[in-house]
Design a protein around this ligand. Structure first.
Ligand SMILES: Nc1ncnc2c1ncn2[C@@H]1O[C@H](COP(=O)(O)OP(=O)(O)OP(=O)(O)O)[C@@H](O)[C@H]1O
Ligand SMILES: [Mg+2]
Length: 419
C-alpha cells in the first residue's frame, strides 16, 4: 500500500494512553508501544524510550523543557527552529508572504537557504504561526508535532520542524505550491479542476486516510475537509493539520469518546450527537468531500437557499439515480466528466455518508473503487448527457439555478457557465 515517490517512514504507534482523552496524556512511553502487523508498519525501527508526559505537564513546562523533550524524541527527524530564523525566512511574517489564515493563525511562505541548518536542503516552506490563546492552541501545536513528526507518507504533508519559544508556537511544513483544494474548488479566481484531476486528488486523500486508519493502532484524523487537503505542483494531494487527530480505540473498545471538535458540515452525525469517534467518522467526512468534488458546492453554504445549504441533505436524493445525478454534477465541468465515473463516485459518496457507521466502507476499499474509475472515458458531453435538461424542476433544482441565474456574490462560479 506504500507509495513509491517518497520513502515512507514506518509508523510507530503510540500506546493506548497517548492522546487518548482530551487534555490528557499525549506522549506515552514510546518504548512500550506495540508494533503493528499492518502493511504500514512493517520493519518498525527500534523506538526511543521516552519519558511519559501529559498535556498538563507540558502546559507547566518551560519552552526549554518542551524543546528538550521533542529533540529527544524526534532527534534529527525534525528541526527545532529559532523564532529569529523563521522571522528571517518569511520577511518578518510579512503579509506579502501570506499563504492563508485558519482558525489557529496565519500561514506564511518562507525560503530556506542551504546554509540554515546542516542537512536541510534549500527549499520553500510554509510557516504556520499559531495564535495560542490559552491551552487549546498549545495542544493542537503539540498534537501536530507528535503526529506529523512520526508519520511519513506521500499523501501526508511533511512537517520539517517546529519552534517553541516562550509563548510562541510555530510549525514549518513543506511548501505545497498549489495551496488547498478549497481554493481550487470554490474560489472564483481558479480555473475549474478537470474530472481526472478531481479523481487524482480524491485518490491521494483517500490513500492518506487509508494509511492513518490502516495501522494496528489507527489514527483518526478528525478534520478531513477541503482546506486541509493541500496540493503539490502536479496535484498530488496531501493531508495537513493533525491538531485534532486522535489515536483510535484499542482492544475491545469500539470508539474513543471526545469532546466534539472538527468542522460543521463534515462531521459525522453520530459523532456530533454522542462524541463517539471512530475511523468511520473520517469516512463520513471523506464522503462529504467527494460530494464537494462532484458538485463543486461547499459542504455548508449559508448563502444558498435554505433547502440547498447543507450539501449532504440537498444532494442525497440525486445520488441514487444516474438519470438525476447529472443535475447536480458541477456545471463547471461542462460535461467533461465520465458518466459511469460520476455514477460510481455518487454511489461511493452515498456509502461513505451512510447514517450507520457500519455501512460505511473502509478507506482501503474507497481507494480501490476510486482507482477503478481512472480509465473511464465515457464523457458526458459526448454521450448526450450534457447539458442536463430542465426536467430537473421535478427534482427540486430550479431551471434558473441550472441555467446560471442563481449565482451569488461570494458563491463559487460553478453555475455561471453558459450552456
Ligand atoms: N504547507 C502549505 N503549503 C502551502 N500553503 C499552505 C500550507 N499549509 C497551509 N497553507 C495555506 O494556508 C491556508 C490556511 O491553513 P490553515 O490550516 O491554517 O487553515 P484552514 O485549514 O483554512 O482552516 P482550519 O483552521 O479550520 O484548519 C490553507 O488553506 C492553505 O491555503
Ligand atoms: Mg487547515
Amino acid at each position: 500500500m506504500r507509495e513509491s515517490s517518497e520513502p515512507s517512514k514506518p509508523w510507530r504507534p503510540f500506546t493506548s494512553k497517548c492522546c487518548s482523552a482530551e487534555g490528557q496524556i499525549i506522549f506515552g512511553n514510546l518504548s512500550r508501544c506495540k508494533t503493528s502487523r499492518s502493511d504500514f508498519s512493517k520493519n518498525i525501527a527500534p523506538m526511543p524510550s521516552f519519558r511519559r508526559l501529559s498535556f498538563s505537564d507540558l502546559s507547566r513546562s518551560s519552552s526549554t523543557r518542551i524543546n528538550e523533550d521533542l529533540a529527544h524524541t524526534f532527534g534529527p527527524d525534525l528541526y527545532d527552529f529559532q523564532l529569529s530564523e523563521l522571522r528571517a525566512i518569511t520577511q518578518n511574517f510579512s503579509s506579502n508572504y501570506l499563504l492563508g489564515e485558519g482558525g489557529f493563525g496565519t500561514v506564511h511562505k518562507g525560503y530556506i537557504d542551504d546554509d540554515l541548518r546542516q542537512g536541510l536542503k534549500a527549499q520553500a516552506v510554509a510557516v504556520k504561526l499559531l495564535d495560542i490563546e490559552g491551552l487549546q492552541g498549545h495542544r493542537e501545536w503539540l498534537a501536530e508535532v507528535i503526529f506529523l513528526g512520526q508519520l511519513r507518507h506521500p499523501h501526508l504533508v511533511r512537517l520539517i520542524g517546529y519552534c517553541c519559544e516562550d509563548e510562541e508556537r510555530l510549525l514549518v511544513y513543506e511548501f505545497m505550491p498549489r495551496g488547498s483544494l478549497e481554493n481550487h474548488l470554490f474560489k472564483r479566481i481558479s480555473v475549474s479542476l478537470p474530472w481526472g484531476t478531481r479523481l487524482k486528488i480524491a485518490i491521494g486523500a483517500a490513500k492518506g486516510l487509508a494509511f492513518l486508519h490502516g495501522a494496528e493502532n489507527p489514527v483518526i484524523y478528525r478534520d478531513f475537509k477541503t482546506s486541509n487537503i493541500l496540493l503539490d505542483s502536479d496535484f498530488t494531494s496531501k493531508l495537513s493539520d493533525f491538531g485534532l487527530a486522535k489515536m483510535g480505540p484499542e482492544g475491545s473498545n469500539t470508539h474513543v469518546t471526545t469532546r466534539v471538535m472538527g468542522t460543521y458540515g463534515y462531521a459525522a452525525p453520530e459523532y456530533i450527537s454522542t462524541g463517539h469517534l471512530t475511523t468511520k467518522s473520517d469516512v463520513y467526512s471523506f464522503g462529504v468531500v467527494l460530494l464537494e468534488l462532484l458538485t463543486g458546492r461547499r459542504s455548508m453554504d449559508k448563502l444558498r437557499p435554505k433547502s440547498e445549504q447543507n450539501l449532504v441533505d440537498w444532494a442525497k436524493p440525486y445520488l441514487r439515480s444516474s438519470r438525476r445525478l447529472r443535475y447536480i454534477v458541477d456545471p463547471r465541468l461542462a460535461g467533461q466528466y465520465s458518466v459511469k465515473g460520476a455514477k460510481e463516485m455518487a454511489v461511493l459518496a452515498l456509502q461513505c455518508i451512510s447514517v450507520n457507521p457500519k455501512d460505511r466502507p473502509k478507506m482501503a476499499a474507497v481507494v480501490a473503487t476510486l482507482e477503478s474509475l481512472l480509465t473511464l472515458k465515457d464523457m458526458a458531453v459526448s454521450c448526450g448527457q450534457w447539458p442536463a435538461t430542465q426536467k430537473s424542476t421535478r427534482n427540486g433544482v430550479s431551471p434558473k439555478a441550472i441555467r446560471g441565474g442563481n449565482v451569488r456574490k461570494s458563491a463559487p462560479v460553478t453555475q455561471n457557465r453558459k450552456r
